[in-house]
Design a protein around this ligand. Structure first.
Ligand SMILES: Cc1ncc(COP(=O)(O)O)c(C=O)c1O
Length: 518
């Protein structure tokens, strides 16, 4: 039978996917085939960008086999390596010498390209394959050294149950402290406030309500936005990270940070790179620093905007150039915008382009943290399709009651926003006055909102300071709980959602604590 080998072309993708499918046999006959096919196609398409793909076809142009390899320089030995990732032969053509022919072709190419070693991986119990490759001139190297690249397996911090969460512990342990200048949500509203007047809400699963709510949220961002409702921002962030990234992928995120944005990618086995947002730089992400960091080509950059804990707002314009670079590499940008609605004139990072995802919820600005309604929004239909499938597996259906109430809140959004923005404006002025007149406190004035991260001039760590303040009746959060940099010890997260009188009392007690700790 006449057959020939040539470089694969993009038109071969469906044929290659079929070969992959056949090589996986019964795995493909399960439900969910359509989804798997898509991800396989994406996988094959991706490989075209950097690797070598060869196909063998018969005289009618039907694909008989394909081979995928990549060339690189081994950093330790300096050998040039041609590594074969996959050889797939159409099952109808087994035993016709196709494997040997492809391998010989690859050997010649590798020689022409100046490679020193050709290698591939075979499971040690696959004796047939070992015999075959021995015959082709490969030698088995027993002493292959391997190490876990997921460093978290080594330091015992690989699963969520072993991850400390001091911020949450601190807030829970001290929740009865008289003046709360620590938590970052508006005071909770009640069901009565929502005035949800329909007594006959059915409590079966109701996809109609979900669609209505998603459309209502989508309309807040403009046209052609895809929205998926989740159980809070936390679930939205977790879904994005767990669905769109793989273990070993690099995630670049900020420090100081809301702790979950470090913990979740870590437990998912991703490599974390941290981008410092320092007091001296006004807690902004310096474009040149971010630019330098993204030269390591993270698969995803994760930011909060406004920033938790500092409350500083960057806005999408500051991210345009970075975004363009990320887009070039097909990397993604996730922006947690949970505090953005406090700001009357802000715009969403969503408008930067197709590779952006934004998350938010009704927890902070609207005062409905217990409702557990959040969302992820993107203009990228494909990403949303993947997220929806993942949600179905991992956390299907939100509470229909919460979704119904949330719809009402979104419809009356302006009245909630006007209350929150008034509180934020009034309190920011008040706290600014306190910072200006209090010795030993400096801050980067936050954007309108209710969180800030002042620096204190005290002789103790801010954990000690916060304990002292708590004993006097006012709760703040030690800066140490937002990262591991030493300088965080000099900061507290100070929030201001209380009414005027309570806030003044809280700040007064804080002044006493400052005097005691200087
Ligand atoms: C930046 C950030 N993202 C997410 C969350 C979690 O919010 P949710 O209640 O919407 O899950 C918080 C809560 O403090 C937060 O500060």
């Amino acid at each position: 039978m006449s057959r020939s080998i040539r470089r694969a072309k993009r038109e071969d993708i469906p044929g290659i996917v079929m070969l992959e499918k056949m090589s996986m046999g019964p795995l493909w006959s399960d439900e969910g085939l359509e989804y798997e096919m898509e991800s396989m196609e994406e996988f094959v398409r991706e490989r075209f960008t950097c690797d070598n793909m060869w196909v063998m076809e018969d005289k009618n142009g039907d694909l008989l086999a394909f081979l995928h390899s990549t060339n690189y320089k081994d950093a330790i030995s300096s050998n040039m390596i041609c590594e074969i990732y996959t050889i797939i032969i159409h099952p109808e053509h087994f035993g016709k010498g196709i494997g040997g022919e492809l391998m010989e072709h690859q050997r010649k190419i590798a020689l022409e390209e100046g490679m020193d070693i050709m290698k591939l991986e075979v499971l040690s119990n696959n004796h047939r394959a070992i015999r075959f490759y021995n015959q082709k001139g490969f030698q088995e190297r027993k002493k292959v050294m391997a190490m876990h690249l997921n460093c978290h397996e080594d330091n015992g911090r690989g699963s969520p149950d072993t991850m400390p969460f001091p911020l949450l512990d601190w807030l829970m342990e001290n929740k009865d402290t008289r003046y709360d200048l620590a938590t970052s949500s508006m005071p909770p509203n009640s069901l009565g406030d929502v005035m949800c007047t329909e007594p006959n809400i059915t409590l079966g699963v109701d996809p109609g309500i979900t669609v209505e709510l998603e459309e209502a949220i989508g309309s807040l961002y403009g046209d052609e936005v895809h929205v998926m409702v989740t159980s809070g921002t936390q679930a939205a962030n977790t879904l994005v990270l767990s669905t769109l990234l793989r273990p070993g992928d690099t995630v670049l995120t900020e420090e100081p940070s809301y702790p979950s944005l470090h913990i979740v990618p870590s437990v998912l086995g991703m490599k974390l790179e941290l981008l410092e947002r320092s007091f001296d730089q006004g807690f902004l992400v310096r474009e040149d620093v971010l630019y330098e960091c993204i030269s390591s080509r993270p698969r995803m950059v994760v930011l909060t905007d406004p920033h938790n804990p500092s409350g500083v707002y960057m806005g999408p314009r500051a991210l345009t150039r970075i975004y363009e670079t990320l887009e070039m590499w097909d990397s993604l940008l996730l922006v947690d915008e949970i505090y953005r609605d406090f700001l009357p004139d802000s715009s969403s990072a969503l408008d930067l382009g197709e590779n952006v995802l934004v998350t938010s919820s009704l927890s902070k600005v609207y005062g409905f943290a217990g409702l557990r309604i959040g969302w992820v929004a993107t203009r990228n239909k494909e990403l949303m399709k993947r997220l929806r499938r993942a949600k179905e597996h991992l956390m299907p259906n939100n509470s229909v009651l919460s979704e119904r109430v949330a719809l009402e809140i979104i419809k009356n959004r302006d009245s909630y926003l006007s209350v929150s923005r008034n509180v934020a404006r009034r309190n920011l002025k008040l706290v600014k006055g306190w910072v200006d007149e209090t010795q030993g406190v400096r801050w980067v004035e936050p954007a309108r909102g209710i969180i800030s991260f002042p620096r204190l001039d005290v002789s103790v760590s801010t954990v000690e300071f916060a304990k002292e303040a708590r004993d006097k009746g006012v709760l703040v959060v030690p800066g140490e709980f937002f990262g591991s940099q030493k300088w965080l010890e000099g900061h507290i997260r100070l929030t201001f959602k209380l009414d005027e009188h309570e806030l003044k009392k809280g700040l007064e007690l804080l002044s006493h604590t400052l005097s005691a700790c200087r």
